[in-house]
Design a protein around this ligand. Structure first.
Ligand code: PGA
Ligand code: ZN
Length: 435
């Protein structure tokens, strides 16, 4: 079915910054996608085109919007693509841009179109988006609900305060269904909020960019104690595990790791070497029920990644290191840097390349962890992406704030729609392809 119209406008994301929205219209209706935006972005990501200048503090997306309306849309309509052929559409846009990092038209412009096209194709096929993505990805089936890694305590670039580590996530692996996982997560979240305020004062219940509480802590141990006490009080000890995203590229300076990077007077003599930071992780893993470490080292500190890999049993997730980019993923596989790929659509800029990246990771025996960005919207595509890829795990913030819950709520709907055939990845999340 041909495209009759491609239209873009700017709307606002969860941090109040402009972002690209795209509407693709076909005979079956209008299909809309909105593009997210990171704060702790990797330097190797595809380019998010911002206008610069005075308006919106330089964060306008008027150029990206007009690239969709004036260049990409008319070109796509002229080519008369079959929208079910996602790869052909995406490859055409990649060529139209012609740069290695989508810097001419903007990855935000291209991704908006790519996702709206996928939704239109699912609409034409009269199947849910997750089923269409499963078809595009060649997945065995689209019935596996991912474990939600709920980012209940925010630090780093996503919150005020002194805590360097960006995300502390709870993973209800011991639940038997997605909706039970959400109930467990929600109960723990509310206890955590109360405990944080009791221990650290009223303002400790304020939340960061991804909806987690953001008490002004200095050490990861304080955060982990709060979370473990909350899990225990809720009665879920053993059933809920913990994941950490250090987002350590944010505090990598002059070859060292500054755990006090938000203090302008941070003392360089206290900065940690890669080996000292590895030691800290080993201690944390021995003391707390941690099952996942993301970006433990910086995006180009390959030696530290390889040094650390194999020293702990936890999952090691590459985000800024690999940026959903096949070239960097191959390097990470070759040098045994990690065992799990964080998948963010806007790091690479098309759905087809995202699927290719995920399949490349699976083929190497890695896991795939689907992710939102810290700047999000009501768009729920990543919920369908996680089910379509059979990824087994997703992170989309705390069970709080609607831009986070939009995805989690969509997964609740998908679970109900699949009905008896739905399988919650649970404790088997690391072998999701076998479920
Ligand atoms: P970002 O954070 O969206 O700000 O990059 C998410 C992450 O680091 O995983
Ligand atoms: Zn990350």
């Amino acid at each position: 079915m041909p495209i009759s119209e491609v239209f873009s406008r700017y709307v606002y994301d969860s941090r109040g910054n402009p972002t690209v929205e795209v509407e693709v219209t076909t005979e079956t209706g209008m299909y809309r996608a909105i593009v997210p935006s990171g704060a702790s972005t990797g330097i190797h990501e595809a380019l998010e085109l911002r206008d610069g200048g005075q308006a919106w503090g330089g964060k306008g997306v008027l150029n990206a919007v007009s690239n969709v309306n004036d260049i990409i849309g008319p070109a796509l309509i002229k080519e008369n693509f079959d929208i079910k052929d996602q790869k052909a559409v995406d490859e055409f846009m990649i060529k139209l841009d012609g740069t290695p990092n989508k810097s001419l038209l903007g990855a935000n412009a291209i991704l908006g179109v790519s996702l709206a096209i996928a939704k239109a194709a699912a609409g034409e096929k009269k199947i849910p988006l997750y089923a269409h993505i499963a078809y595009l990805a060649g997945s065995k089936h689209a019935v596996v609900l991912p474990v939600p890694f709920l980012n209940v305590l925010n630090g780093g670039a996503h919150a005020g305060g002194h805590l360097a580590i960006q995300e502390f996530m709870i993973a209800p692996v011991g639940a038997t269904s997605f909706h039970q996982a959400m109930q467990m997560g929600s109960e723990v979240y509310h206890i955590l909020k109360r405990l944080a305020m009791t221990r650290y004062g009223q303002s400790a219940g304020n939340v960061g960019d991804e909806g987690g509480v953001a008490p002004d802590l200095t050490t990861p141990q304080e955060a982990l104690d709060l979370i473990c006490d909350s899990i225990e009080e809720a009665g879920y000890a053993g059933k809920i595990k913990i994941g950490i995203d250090s987002a350590s590229s944010e505090f990598f300076k002059d070859g060292k790791y500054d755990m006090d990077f938000k203090n302008p007077h941070s003392d360089p003599s206290q900065w940690l070497t890669g080996e000292q930071l590895a030691e800290l992780y080993i201690n944390l893993v021995q003391s707390y029920p941690i099952i996942l470490l993301e970006d433990p080292f910086a995006e180009d500190d390959w030696a530290a990644w390889s040094y650390f890999y194999g020293k702990v049993d936890t999952q090691i997730v590459a985000d800024d290191l690999t940026v959903t980019n096949p070239i960097r993923i191959q390097r990470a596989i070759d040098c045994k840097a990690a065992d799990t790929l964080l998948v963010k659509l806007n790091q690479i800029g098309t759905l087809s390349e995202t699927i290719e990246a995920a399949n490349m990771a699976f083929k190497a025996g890695w896991n795939v962890f689907v992710s939102h960005r810290s700047g999000e919207t009501e768009d729920t595509t990543i919920a369908d992406l996680a089910v379509g890829l059979q990824a087994g795990q997703i992170k989309t913030g705390a069970p709080s704030r609607s831009e986070r819950l939009a995805k989690l709520n969509q997964l609740l709907r998908i679970e109900q729609e699949i009905g008896d055939k739905a399988i919650y990845a649970g404790i088997n999340y690391r072998s999701s392809l076998n479920l």
